[in-house]
Design a protein around this ligand. Structure first.
Ligand SMILES: Cc1cc2nc3c(=O)[nH]c(=O)nc-3n(C[C@H](O)[C@H](O)[C@H](O)COP(=O)(O)O)c2cc1C
Length: 452
């Protein structure tokens, strides 16, 4: 991949060692169990899928907060390692998995590992400002909680706990159309900013109602997911015969009746056909224009990877785009989102903000995404790991860890504001200033034919 100034800023991804779980004798889940044991997270009790009792760590009786119980969980990866202890295998696979052979899933994060940073020194970093403005909304930091379905799979308080955790952390939460709590209830529980993620429904009257319900519940932007006309091939879910536990449902879609259960319900026969009852495969750009005609809030298109689609998004009046491969859950072998980001940024030419998600696990990843032109990033799985370990407090803690890492990375790179983060914070593959011995006229002794 090449930056616009011609410098390669990534390492060769193929040279990066594959994660230990790929091709090793242990599968990823087994490795996470081992890691959990090492971090002390193995002592955490496991909960059943369908359990709906109050979570002990969140009780009002002055119980110790779960983070006091889990002082060893200091990175997002520590929470990932603790996660398998907290949920049933079916939920674990549903959340952790990706499409097909999970090639894009691995690539999402590995692509960040391949990018190196170039710190600058002796710059005043005594104040770090992570704030950013998006659509007239002031965000404390450029990290949002991406929409994810079914929070009550991992915690009995589900989306309510996520909303409280996000509020406590000062983070914006994007609520999924497939939430297991109705948007009205999330709106009441939320103390911070909410956005809503829309899966356009085949029933357009219902879709319009849903958008208006989200707006009435206080959602300040609409993310229309455009990368999922049909559901991805997720083999882990097929093998597990994934099914949403009977005591949970997609509360926002309740009025559509029992048929919505067939979505991703492998026990009910999903998997034999590519279409889903709750996704509209006929959606086109006209549909986006139609939603724009009545929506009162800014509309972002989530799931843009190609520069061509990014240009069309601008032409069709989107307020923003989110570079996303849906956490690599839809189409396998697409690039890691970091790889797609520069092309989209170039295509929109600064006319609308570009956000990105997928594989962001470290503050340094956030710096890299911003350096490549993203205005903000979203995280998906990490806050679900936090939610499973410690409810709302776990969500808050995930945000806190990432923001603290971001602040440290900004200070250590000599970039005290988001505006000061640009491509020059990325280490160029080729030295930007040619070394003396390699300059014009020098024999250098390394170029072919130059040796003597
Ligand atoms: C369990 C799970 C459920 C998801 N549900 C939705 C959803 O309902 N709507 C949507 O637009 N994206 C959904 N996504 C994709 C996320 O919004 C986001 O693009 C992705 O998780 C980012 O990658 P990350 O998990 O590596 O951070 C889901 C992702 C996961 C892991």
């Amino acid at each position: 991949m090449t930056a616009s100034n011609g410098d390669d800023w990534t390492g060769n991804l193929d040279e990066i060692p594959r994660a230990a779980y790929k091709g090793g004798t242990m599968n990823r889940r087994e490795i996470l169990h081992t890691l959990a044991a090492l971090t002390g997270a193995a002592a955490l009790p496991r909960r059943g899928l369908a359990e709906v009792v109050p979570f002990p760590g969140n009780s009002a009786q002055g119980a110790k907060t779960p983070t006091q119980d889990t002082p060893n969980l200091v990175t997002l990866f520590d929470y990932e390692a603790a996660f398998p202890q907290r949920v049933e295998k079916m939920a674990y696979d549903y959340i952790s998995g990706g499409a097909g052979d999970e090639i894009s899933l691995r690539r999402n994060h590995i692509a960040y590992e391949g990018i190196r940073l170039k710190p600058r020194v002796l710059r005043d970093v005594s104040r770090i400002d992570t704030s950013v403005e998006l659509f007239g909304q002031k965000l404390n930091y450029p990290i949002l909680l991406a929409p994810t379905a079914y929070h009550r799979l991992v915690h009995p308080e589900g989306e309510l706990a996520t909303a409280r955790g996000a509020g406590a952390a000062g983070a914006t939460m994007v609520v999924s159309s497939f939430a297991t709590t109705a948007i009205e209830d999330v709106g009441k529980a939320a103390t911070g900013t909410l956005w809503f993620q829309l899966y356009v429904q085949p029933d357009r009257g219902f879709t319009k109602d849903l958008v208006q319900r989200a707006e009435s519940a206080g959602c300040k932007a609409l993310c229309i997911t455009v990368d999922t006309p049909v559901a991805g091939t997720r083999n882990r879910e097929m093998r597990d015969r994934f099914q949403l536990p009977r005591n949970l449902s997609m509360e926002n879609l309740r009025a559509l009746g029992e048929k919505v259960r067939q979505h991703r319900d492998y026990k009910e026969g999903f998997g034999e056909d590519i279409y889903s009852v709750v996704l509209d495969p006929s959606l086109t750009w006209d549909g986006i224009e139609w939603i724009r005609s009545f929506a009162k809030v800014p509309i972002l298109l989530k799931g843009i990877l190609s520069p061509e689609d990014a240009r069309l998004a601008v032409e069709h009046g989107a307020s923003g785009v989110i570079v996303s491969n849906h956490g690599a859950r839809d189409l396998d072998t697409v690039p890691g989102t970091t790889e797609a980001l520069p092309g989209v940024v170039e295509a929109v030419e600064g006319r609308i903000p570009v956000l990105v998600d997928g594989g962001i696990r470290r503050g340094t990843d956030v710096v890299k995404a911003l350096a490549l032109g993203a205005r903000a990033v979203q995280i998906g799985r990490p806050y679900l790991w936090g939610l499973s370990v410690a409810g709302s407090e776990g969500v808050r803690r995930i945000c806190e860890i990432l923001v603290t890492e971001l602040r440290a990375a900004m200070a250590l790179c000599g970039r005290p504001t988001l505006a000061s983060i640009d491509r020059t914070v990325l280490w160029p593959e080729k030295p930007a200033i040619p070394r003396k011995e390699e300059g014009p006229g020098s024999s250098g002794g390394r170029r072919p034919g130059a040796g003597g």
